[in-house]
Structure formats: structure tokens, C-alpha cells
Write a protein of this length. Structure first.
Ligand code: HGY
Ligand code: MN
Ligand code: MN
Length: 414
């Protein structure tokens, strides 16, 4: 793995071609493409002299032992799964960049005084199973029996899928490390937003990962014949859902930086000549502040119920995910910002509207995030793009961070 400036870009291009869906990038939990991705990234980890293992939930774990056995461990990583028709940087960047950084330090003969573990989490995007963060929850010992009952579109439970993959019985694992043995977790990720581009900066650091609530809203009415049922006698579930979707958009639009998204809708009977008897939609609500996120969600659900009553529909809300706003560690983020300034001249601190594995890793250790500019702030889209130049800046920052951390650690390993 040569430290060619475009090496990182080329690796992400290659990994971006590992997909479950020919013609577009989709990798979902424990899918064939995820297995191939683990083989490709695991090979790069081995080239960088890491030992490589995969845990029962498909997390890829590369470890570089320091010569001092009693040393602490620095964790770095992100997720290797993707949304449907994804970009090639979301998640993958945070796994591949640290590998290239360690390979470069190795080439320069630098021996780190602490262990490093690079993590490729097996599921962050909640595409196959709602609830998200299966990989980092397993790694931090936060996977619960209730999670194992989640069902995918083929009605398979998470437990079935894990046991079929692991070819043995599975129960939620304990944390991979004791907090006292860890130096922290660093996640490099594209910003997936417009701020760095607007500020003409390649990289920045994250203060907080926004509060996030997700769930399912079901509107139930009465199916009927599209040709013979007068409009005033209908109880059209999809029309009720549509009225709610427009309300939710306007509600958030009037309250920035609140954001609400209806990303999926499932209509029954789903035929052109049948009045929809049921419409099930996903609702994703986010805000940097937990209380405002909670209040907004409550008002949106109340509005859905008011709309349903007026249209003689039923309406049911089922929460599927709730993550509080997650502050990054000031100490670790200050260290990271110091390296950003050393490489870029100045740093910028921003809030992450996107969720990240750091939300879960924060339950185990201090976290810090390095954001990398992406064109037009576009993500969760095949045109997602971070330039080789910006990738190189991020790589320089991480190498500088590791060098400075080793110098400090060597003096006070405590
Ligand atoms: O939805 C998110 O914020 C992340 O991309 N999973
Ligand atoms: Mn994502
Ligand atoms: Mn991501």
C-alpha cells in the first residue's frame, strides 16, 4: 500500500464497486457484498501489518499491537454498510483512512506506544433492520435481546440472520474493551452537509451529534373501488398520509435547524384502481437539542392523529429509534483540532446533523470526529464526492494526530 496521494481515493473507488446491487452501491447487514467488503478491507489491514478478525455480528476489527503489552488502545473506524444507491465515502472513509495512516507511519518506521484498533462496523444505516447501529452496539456491549427480535423485509429475525452467518448460537456480547483500557474513539467521516464547503475548508471537527428520533406512522382507512366510491364517502389512508407529510415539511421548515423526513411509504393495497386502505410511513426527526426534538416529535404525532380523526382514519405511531444528542469529548476534540490547525492553518467546529457510530461508541469511551468536505454537501447519493486533495488533508491530520498522541502518551502513559 504505497502512500501515493491518490492512494486513498483509489481504495475508496475500489471499495465503492463492492455492492449487492449491480449498477449502484448498496451494502446491507451481513449481505454477500458486506462479506466481500470485509475481505477487501481486511486485506488492506493485513498489508498495514494489522491482525484482522471478524466478530459474530460481522464487524471487521484490525488491531496493531504496540510493543508495550500494558498499553491502552486507541479506536478508530466507521461503518462499511451503506444506504441504498449510496455514495462511496459515507462510512468507508472512516475505515480506510486510518489503515492508510498506519501504513504510512509503518513505512516511516514510527512505532506507536499504544495499541490501535480499526473498526469496520457491520451495520449503521438501519437499511435491513430498523434501529441502527447493530455493529457498534455489539462491539460496545449495548446490543439487547429486544434488538434480536427485529425483523427484516423477509421476516427473518436479527437473531436468525446472525446465527446463520456465525453458524452457531448467538447471544448479545459483552463490551470488546474495558473503558479504562481505551484512549478514545476517532471517526473520520464526510460532513454530508454544506458548512465546510461554504467556509472553504477541507476539514473540521464535530462538537455534537444531533438528537435523532425515528419511527413508523400507520394511517388506516377503508379500501374501496376507485371508480364507484364517491369522494365524500372515502376514508383514503394515503390521502391522510400525504396531508401529514406536507404538514411535517412545513412544520420543520418553520423551525430551523429542526429537520423531519418521510423517507419511505408503503401503501396497501397498492393498486391504481383501489382506494388505499393503509399507508405506513417512516418519520425521522432531528435537532441538536434533545428537548426540542422530543417536543417536535410529540407535536407531529398529535398532528397526525388530528388529521386522521378529521378523515375518519386510524393512526398509530411506533417508535423505532431514539438517540439523544451526543457531545464529543472536549479533550480528544481539542487534540484533533490542534492537528487540523497544524495541517490546514485553522479549524472549524460544527454540529453533525447525521448520526454516526460515535453515538454508540460514546457509551464506551471518549469520542471525537473529523469531518471532511463533500461537494454540495451531498450524501446518501451516488454523486457523493470528496476530492483527493481534501482526503489528503484529512490523512495528514490523522497522521499528525497519531504522532502527537504518541509523543504525549510516551511521556505520560497513564
Ligand atoms: O441517518 C444518518 O444520519 C446516518 O447516515 N445513518
Ligand atoms: Mn449514512
Ligand atoms: Mn455514515
Amino acid at each position: 500500500m504505497d502512500a501515493h496521494p491518490h492512494q486513498l481515493a483509489r481504495m475508496l473507488d475500489e471499495l465503492g464497486r463492492v455492492t449487492d446491487e449491480p449498477g449502484r452501491l448498496t451494502r446491507t447487514f451481513l449481505s454477500p457484498a458486506m462479506e466481500r467488503a470485509n475481505l477487501v478491507v481486511g486485506g488492506w489491514m493485513r498489508e498495514a501489518a494489522l491482525t484482522v478478525r471478524e466478530d459474530e455480528t460481522g464487524n471487521l476489527i484490525g488491531r496493531l499491537e504496540s510493543p508495550s503489552p500494558g498499553a491502552k488502545t486507541l479506536l478508530m473506524g466507521s461503518h462499511l454498510d451503506t444506504v441504498r444507491n449510496a455514495g462511496r465515502f459515507d462510512g468507508a472513509l472512516g475505515v480506510v483512512l486510518p489503515i492508510v495512516a498506519l501504513a504510512e507511519l509503518k513505512q516511516r518506521g514510527v512505532v506507536l506506544p499504544f495499541h490501535v484498533e480499526i473498526l469496520g462496523f457491520s451495520e449503521e444505516e438501519a437499511v435491513r433492520f430498523t434501529g441502527a447501529y447493530i455493529g457498534s452496539k455489539a462491539y460496545t456491549g449495548r446490543l439487547r435481546m429486544a434488538d434480536l427480535k427485529l425483523r427484516d423485509a423477509r421476516n427473518q429475525t436479527l437473531l436468525d440472520v446472525i446465527e446463520a452467518h456465525a453458524e452457531k448460537r448467538f447471544k448479545p456480547p459483552r463490551p470488546a474493551h474495558r473503558p479504562s483500557n481505551l484512549l478514545g474513539y476517532i471517526e473520520v467521516h464526510i460532513e454530508q452537509g454544506p458548512v465546510l464547503e461554504a467556509k472553504k475548508l477541507a476539514v473540521g471537527v464535530v462538537s455534537t451529534i444531533a438528537s435523532q428520533a425515528r419511527g413508523r406512522l400507520t394511517f388506516r382507512g377503508k379500501a374501496g373501488h376507485a371508480g364507484t366510491t364517491p369522494m365524500n364517502l372515502r376514508r383514503d389512508a394515503l390521502a391522510g398520509a400525504a396531508e401529514f407529510i406536507v404538514f411535517a415539511e412545513a412544520f420543520a421548515g418553520a423551525r430551523p435547524p429542526l429537520v423531519t423526513t418521510v423517507g419511505t411509504i408503503n401503501v396497501q393495497a397498492g393498486a391504481a384502481n383501489v382506494i388505499p386502505g393503509e399507508a405506513v410511513l417512516s418519520l425521522d426527526v432531528r435537532h441538536p437539542n434533545d428537548a426540542i426534538c422530543d417536543a417536535a416529535l410529540a407535536e407531529l404525532v398529535r398532528q397526525a392523529q388530528r388529521t386522521a380523526r378529521r378523515r375518519q382514519l386510524q393512526c398509530e405511531w411506533q417508535p423505532t429509534m431514539r438517540h439523544q444528542a451526543t457531545p464529543c469529548s472536549t479533550v480528544l476534540t481539542t487534540r484533533l483540532a490542534r492537528s487540523v490547525r497544524a495541517v490546514q492553518g485553522k479549524s472549524l467546529t460544527l454540529i453533525s446533523g447525521a448520526g454516526h457510530d460515535g453515538v454508540v461508541m460514546a457509551s464506551l469511551t471518549s469520542i471525537a470526529m473529523l469531518f471532511v468536505r463533500c461537494r454540495d454537501g451531498l450524501s446518501h447519493h451516488p454523486d457523493e464526492y470528496a476530492s483527493p486533495k481534501d482526503l489528503e488533508v484529512a490523512l495528514r491530520v490523522v497522521v499528525d494526530f497519531l504522532e502527537k498522541l504518541s509523543a504525549d502518551y510516551a511521556n505520560e502513559p497513564g
